[in-house]
Design a protein around this ligand. Structure first.
Ligand code: FCB
Length: 437
């Protein structure tokens, strides 16, 4: 078996900046950030970590850290500014330089095709709600695979379709900020179909490709031992986890969720087959578990999240619960039998402080160490876990939370763009260097 993969992860809009440079088109996040009240402090990704200009310095830090793999995403509007049609050479050149610089440092590129920055030009045409998006995404996949497929072998189609669908189109907390159930359901379906088509494109254009999708899983536990709350937790699990995992692994959308919603995506014949591609791996993002209670007044499902008392929480107010991580890894392995699992994101935000030039983020280290233990334990019990990517390499633009929430192993001073490794970066580095990780 090949060696366990240790990496770090980021995404384009969260770190690149250079939003108006190099021929990049606008994305739905550029637009969303301009809507008052949507993003904390009216922050945006115009500059972010200025990684577009500083990527070499960043890759040197990565090399210092000892990681062997880097999961990044390509900004669709940087490569195809209008979403379809004209390809922007300057955009492709940027990723060429990034990929070549990674390979020079013996860090394997792990490329995510879509981490939420849809070209605004496509949103105007209905975005993910327009069934034609599947063809648009296929065209984009053609461009990426034919240009980078000689050097990039590890491909992820989508990052967390749940967030694009539910947060972007049902709750309106993320771009494009729509709040409509039927739209959200169709969006989820079109996302998964796009994933399916992109898998086929990768297989035909990239030799020896390692192909997967990244799904965020959030275990749901009932608030009390009542039957109602237990049903509520089941439904939350259906809507947040099974909705995306089931079709990818060849099943239908969960019927308990469809029945309760009284709504379903618009499905044409052949769609489910397209979604259910043979995958080399499942990318799992894990952050927290949720506690759920029945609530007949809530829509679109009669459930609500409950704030459990006396538990440790991160700066995101997310519960720290490594055991739930272990359990869901085992459950996924048993119920879906993926050929391989990579933890494509895991990490935590804390209120980091710079004191005498140092960031002593012991809470992040504790989170990391305990989740790594949980992962190892799942692995020892047979879960086919082949790699781990810490979220995130750098502090970055945390979507609706702007720059307020810091997830990085490396601290970023946004005024000066200075990078300072936090204590957790030294911890991760030591783990990797000792080979004890
Ligand atoms: C995940 C996203 C990632 C980052 C982390 C904290 O949902 O994939 O971009 O925001 O959460």
């Amino acid at each position: 078996m090949s060696e366990f993969v240790w990496g770090v992860a980021t995404s384009s809009y969260q770190i690149e900046g250079a939003a108006n440079e190099g021929g990049r088109g606008q994305s739905i996040w550029d637009t969303f950030c301009k809507v008052p009240g949507k993003v904390a402090n009216f922050d945006n990704g115009d500059i972010a970590c200025d990684h577009y200009h500083r990527f070499k310095e960043d890759l040197d830090l990565m090399k210092w850290m000892g990681v062997k793999a880097y999961r990044f995403s390509v900004a669709w509007p940087r490569v195809i500014p209008d979403g379809v049609g004209r390809v922007n050479e300057m955009g492709l050149d940027f990723y060429d330089r990034l990929i070549d610089s990674l390979l020079e440092r013996e860090i394997a590129p792990w490329l995510t095709m879509y981490h939420w920055d849809l070209p605004e030009a496509l949103q105007i045409r209905g975005g993910w709600n327009n069934r034609e998006v599947v063809e648009w995404f296929g065209e984009y996949a053609e461009v990426l695979t034919s240009r980078f497929g000689d050097r990039v072998k590890n491909w992820m189609t989508l990052n967390e379709p749940l967030c694009s669908a539910w947060l972007g189109h049902l709750y309106g907390d993320m771009a494009p900020g729509i709040k409509d159930l039927q739209t959200a359901l169709n969006v989820s379906h079109h996302l998964l179909m796009s994933h399916g088509l992109a898998c086929q494109v990768i297989r035909s254009n990239v030799s020896e490709a390692n192909v997967g999708i990244v799904i965020n899983v959030t275990p749901a536990v009932p608030a009390t031992d009542s039957q109602e709350d237990s049903n509520a937790a089941q439904l939350a699990d259906g809507f947040d986890n099974r909705w995306f995992l089931d079709p990818v692994f060849g099943r239908t959308y969960p019927t308990d969720v469809i029945d309760t919603l009284g709504a379903s995506p618009e499905i044409h014949s052949g769609d489910m087959k397209l979604i259910a591609q043979d995958l080399d791996f499942l990318g799992v993002n894990f952050y927290f578990r949720q506690t759920v209670a029945a609530d007949q007044n809530s829509k679109p499902l009669p459930i609500r999240s409950v704030n459990r008392e006396n538990v440790k929480r991160t700066a995101m107010n997310w519960e720290v619960h490594p055991q739930a991580f272990e359990e869901i890894l085992l459950r996924i392995s048993k119920e879906y039998s993926p050929k391989a699992i990579y933890i494509t994101e895991n990490g935590s935000a804390w209120n980091d402080e710079v004191i005498n030039g140092e960031i002593i983020d012991d809470e992040r280290i504790d989170y990391l160490a305990r989740h790594l233990d949980a992962m190892r334990s799942a692995r020892e019990q047979g879960a086919p876990i082949l790699g781990y990517f810490a979220w995130s390499f750098l502090d970055n633009f945390e979507w609706a939370y702007g720059y307020e929430k810091r997830f990085g192993l490396i601290y970023v001073d946004y005024k000066t763009q200075t990078r300072t490794p936090k204590k957790s970066a030294f911890f991760y580095r030591q783990l990797l260097l000792n080979g004890t990780a």
